[in-house]
Design a protein around this ligand. Structure first.
Ligand SMILES: *[C@@H]1O[C@H](CO)[C@@H](O)[C@H](O)[C@H]1NC(C)=O
Ligand SMILES: *[C@@H]1O[C@H](CO)[C@@H](O)[C@H](O)[C@H]1NC(C)=O
Ligand SMILES: *[C@@H]1O[C@H](CO)[C@@H](O)[C@H](O)[C@H]1NC(C)=O
Ligand SMILES: *[C@@H]1O[C@H](CO)[C@@H](O)[C@H](O)[C@H]1NC(C)=O
Ligand SMILES: *[C@@H]1O[C@H](CO)[C@@H](O)[C@H](O)[C@H]1NC(C)=O
Ligand SMILES: *[C@@H]1O[C@H](CO)[C@@H](O)[C@H](O)[C@H]1NC(C)=O
Ligand SMILES: *[C@@H]1O[C@H](CO)[C@@H](O)[C@H](O)[C@H]1NC(C)=O
Ligand SMILES: *[C@@H]1O[C@H](CO)[C@@H](O)[C@H](O)[C@H]1NC(C)=O
Ligand SMILES: *[C@@H]1O[C@H](CO)[C@@H](O)[C@H](O)[C@H]1NC(C)=O
Ligand SMILES: *[C@@H]1O[C@H](CO)[C@@H](O)[C@H](O)[C@H]1NC(C)=O
Ligand SMILES: *[C@@H]1O[C@H](CO)[C@@H](O)[C@H](O)[C@H]1NC(C)=O
Ligand SMILES: *[C@@H]1O[C@H](CO)[C@@H](O)[C@H](O)[C@H]1NC(C)=O
Length: 509
C-alpha cells in the first residue's frame, strides 16, 4: 500500500489526537511532574509512578474533561508527607498550564506563603477557576493580599488556618470577588470580621463555626445576625456552631425566605425562641439549635415550617409539650431530636402528619402516657424514648412500622408482656427495653438474621429462655440480667458465633 507523505501526515495526526484524548496534554503532564517535586510527596499519593502511567487523567488526584482531555480538577489535599515540618512556599505559575482548571484543592499542605511575585496575581491567569480550597494551611493575611484578582471564584475555603491566632482576612479583597457564592471560614477568624465584612450580595453559604467568637448576640443587635441575614439577601446557609455566642436570639421583623440552613448549635444562647420564628424563616430545611441554654416552649409558629427536614433542639431547657403545630405543620420532617430537655405531657396527640419521619429522639425528658398510635403513620427507622415516664403496654401495632431498626425504650415504666409481634420487625438491629416493668416470658420468635443487640435486663421477665434467640447468628449483645428467668441455660447459646456479651446474672437460672 502506498501511503505518500500526506497519508503519513494523516496517520501521525490521528495518533497524536488519540494520545491527547487518552491522556492530558503534554504540558499538563510536565506541570504535574513539577508539582510532584514541589510537593515533596514521597508517599506516593497520586503522583507515584508518574513515568509509568502515561495517562495522567487516570491518576487519583486528577480529573479531566471527558471530551477535551484537559485537566479540570486537581485534588492535592494532604499531598505532602506529614512528618516533614518544612512549610511550603507556593509558586502559582506551576498551575498555569492547567488553563481549563475549575477546581483546585490545596488543603492540608503546610502552605505558608507564595514564592516572590508568584501569588494570586499569577493564579488569576486561570480564568475558569471556580473552587479553591486552602483550608488547613498556615495562611495569613499577607498571603491573601491579592486574592481579589481571581474573579471567577465561586467557592472559597479558608477554614482552619494552622496559625495559632485568627486570621485578619483582607475584606476589600474578599469583596472584589463578585461571583463568590460559598465562603468557609471555620476556625479561622475573629469577631472583628463582622464589623467589616459588609454586604456581599452574591454570598449563598457562610460557615463560621468554631471561631471562639465569644460575643453576646445582643451586642450585634441590629447588625448581626439580623443584619447579615437582612442585607445579604441570598444567604441560604449560615453556620455559627461552637462559637461561645451568648445572649438571646433576636430576629428581624420581616421574612427571610432564602435561609434554608441555620446552625447555631453549641453556643451559650439563652432565653426563648422568639414566637414568630417560623414566620421569619418560612423555608428553613435544617435547624440546629442544640447545646445552648434555650428555654420556654416550642413556638406554635413552627407549624409554618413545612419544608423543615432536620430539627435538632436537644440539650436545652425547653419545657411544655410537643404542640400539634409541629406534628401537623412540619410535614417534611425526616429527623427530629428533642432529647435532654424538660418536655412533658403525652408524646404526641392524635393529629400527626410526620409521615416522612425516619429518626425520632425524645429521650431524657418528662414525657408520660402511652406510646401513641399516631407514630405508626411514619417511615421510622429509629425511636429513642428512653429515660421518660412512659407507661402502659408495648403496643402490638409496632410490627407495622416495618422499617424499624432501633427501638430504645429503656428507663420508663412500661409493663405487660413483650409482644410476639415485635419479632415481625425483620430489620431490627437494636432492641433496648431494659429498666421497665415488663413481665411474662421472652417471646421465642426472634429468629431475625439481623438483630445484634438485645437489652432486656432489669424487668420482671419469667419462665425459661427456651429457644428465644436460637437462630440469631448476628447477635453480639444479649443482656437478660436482673429478671426472674428460670430453667437451664440453653446449649444453643454456645453456637451463637457473634455473641460477645452475655449477661444472665441475677436470675433463677
Ligand atoms: C523537599 O524539597 C526540597 C527542595 O525541592 C529539598 O531541599 C528538601 O530536602 C526536600 N525535603 C524532603 C524531606 O524530601
Ligand atoms: C514524586 O516525588 C517523590 C519525592 O518527592 C518521588 O519519590 C517520586 O518518584 C516522584 N514521582 C515521580 C513520578 O517523579
Ligand atoms: C466522564 O466519564 C466518567 C466515566 O467514564 C463518568 O463517571 C463521568 O460522569 C464523566 N463526566 C462527565 C462530565 O461527563
Ligand atoms: C515558578 O514557576 C515557574 C514555572 O515553573 C518558574 O518559571 C519560575 O522560575 C518559578 N518562580 C520561582 C520564584 O521559583
Ligand atoms: C505572613 O507569612 C509570611 C510568610 O510566612 C511572613 O513573612 C509574614 O510576616 C506573615 N505576615 C503576618 C502579618 O504575619
Ligand atoms: C469547639 O471549638 C473549639 C475551638 O473554638 C475546638 O477546640 C473544639 O474542638 C470544638 N468542639 C467541638 C465539639 O466541635
Ligand atoms: C469571653 O469573654 C468574656 C468577657 O467578654 C471573658 O470573661 C471570658 O473569659 C471569655 N471566654 C473565653 C472562652 O474566651
Ligand atoms: C441593610 O439594609 C437596610 C435596609 O434594608 C439598610 O438601611 C442598611 O443600611 C443596610 N446595611 C448595610 C450594612 O448595608
Ligand atoms: C447539631 O449540632 C450538634 C452540636 O454542634 C451536633 O453534635 C449534631 O450532630 C447536630 N445535629 C444534626 C442533626 O446535624
Ligand atoms: C397552631 O395550632 C393551632 C391549633 O391547631 C392553630 O389554631 C394555630 O393557628 C396554630 N398556630 C400557628 C402559628 O400555626
Ligand atoms: C399534611 O402534610 C401534607 C404534606 O405531606 C400537607 O399537604 C398537608 O397540608 C398537611 N396537613 C395539615 C393538616 O397540615
Ligand atoms: C398491622 O397491619 C395489618 C395490615 O394493615 C393489620 O392487619 C394488622 O392488624 C396490624 N397489626 C396490628 C397489631 O395492629
Amino acid at each position: 500500500m502506498e501511503f505518500g507523505i500526506f497519508g503519513w501526515w494523516l496517520l501521525l495526526a490521528a495518533l497524536f489526537q488519540l494520545s491527547s484524548i487518552h491522556g492530558c496534554l503534554r504540558e499538563e503532564r510536565v506541570a504535574l511532574f513539577q508539582l510532584n517535586t514541589s510537593l515533596n510527596s514521597s508517599y506516593g499519593y497520586c503522583m507515584n509512578n508518574l513515568n509509568i502511567e502515561r495517562n495522567c487523567c487516570d491518576w487519583a488526584c486528577v480529573v479531566c474533561d471527558n471530551t477535551t482531555g484537559r485537566v479540570i480538577e486537581l485534588h492535592l489535599t494532604n499531598g505532602r508527607i506529614s512528618y516533614i515540618d518544612e512549610v511550603w512556599y507556593l509558586n502559582a505559575s506551576l498551575f498555569l498550564p492547567f488553563q481549563e482548571l475549575k477546581y483546585l484543592d490545596l488543603s492540608n499542605n503546610k502552605i505558608s506563603g507564595w514564592v516572590p511575585n508568584e501569588g494570586f496575581e499569577r493564579l488569576s491567569g486561570l480564568s475558569k477557576l471556580e473552587v479553591l480550597d486552602l483550608s488547613y494551611n498556615y495562611i495569613n493575611e499577607s498571603f491573601l493580599s491579592s486574592l481579589g484578582q481571581i474573579l471567577s471564584l465561586k467557592k472559597l475555603y479558608l477554614s482552619y488556618t494552622l496559625l495559632d491566632r485568627p486570621m485578619n482576612i483582607p475584606i476589600s479583597e474578599l469583596r472584589r470577588l463578585k461571583n463568590l457564592q460559598e465562603l468557609y471560614l471555620d476556625g479561622s477568624i475573629d469577631k472583628s470580621f463582622f464589623g467589616k465584612v459588609g454586604v456581599m450580595t452574591s454570598l449563598n453559604v457562610l460557615t463560621i463555626s468554631r471561631c471562639r467568637l465569644n460575643v453576646s448576640l445582643p451586642i450585634f443587635q441590629g447588625q448581626f445576625p439580623t443584619w447579615l441575614l437582612e442585607n445579604n439577601t441570598r444567604l441560604a446557609v449560615l453556620n455559627l456552631e461552637n462559637n461561645s455566642l451568648t445572649g438571646t436570639l433576636q430576629l428581624p421583623n420581616h421574612y427571610i425566605p432564602n435561609l434554608l440552613v441555620l446552625d447555631i448549635s453549641f453556643n451559650n444562647i439563652q432565653g426563648p425562641i422568639p414566637n414568630n420564628f417560623g414566620l421569619v424563616f418560612p423555608n428553613l430545611e435544617v435547624l440546629n439549635i442544640s447545646k445552648n441554654h434555650f428555654e420556654g416552649v416550642i413556638p406554635s409558629s413552627y407549624g409554618n415550617l413545612i419544608s423543615l427536614e432536620f430539627l435538632d433542639m436537644s440539650n436545652n431547657n425547653f419545657s411544655g409539650t410537643i404542640t400539634e403545630n409541629l406534628t401537623m405543620g412540619c410535614s417534611s420532617l425526616f429527623y427530629l431530636k428533642l432529647s435532654k430537655n424538660h418536655l412533658s405531657g403525652q408524646l404526641f396527640l392524635a393529629s400527626w402528619n410526620l409521615t416522612q419521619l425516619v429518626s425520632l429522639y425524645l429521650d431524657n425528658n418528662h414525657f408520660s402516657g402511652e406510646i401513641p398510635h399516631s407514630i405508626s403513620n411514619s417511615s421510622l427507622r429509629l425511636i429513642d424514648f428512653s429515660n421518660n415516664n412512659l407507661s402502659g403496654m408495648l403496643p402490638r401495632w409496632m410490627e407495622n412500622i416495618t422499617m424499624l431498626e432501633e427501638i430504645v425504650l429503656t428507663k420508663n415504666q412500661f409493663e405487660g408482656p413483650i409482644p410476639d409481634e415485635l419479632c415481625n420487625l425483620e430489620l431490627l438491629l437494636f432492641l433496648d427495653l431494659s429498666h421497665n416493668n415488663l413481665n411474662g416470658s421472652i417471646p421465642s420468635c426472634f429468629n431475625g438474621y439481623f438483630i445484634k443487640h438485645v437489652h432486656l435486663n432489669k424487668n420482671r421477665l419469667t419462665g425459661p429462655i427456651t429457644s428465644a434467640f436460637k437462630g440469631c447468628s448476628n447477635l453480639v449483645t444479649l443482656n437478660l440480667k436482673d429478671n426472674y428467668l428460670t430453667g437451664n441455660i440453653p446449649n444453643w447459646i454456645g453456637n451463637l458465633s457473634s455473641l460477645s456479651i452475655l449477661l444472665l446474672k441475677a436470675n433463677y437460672l
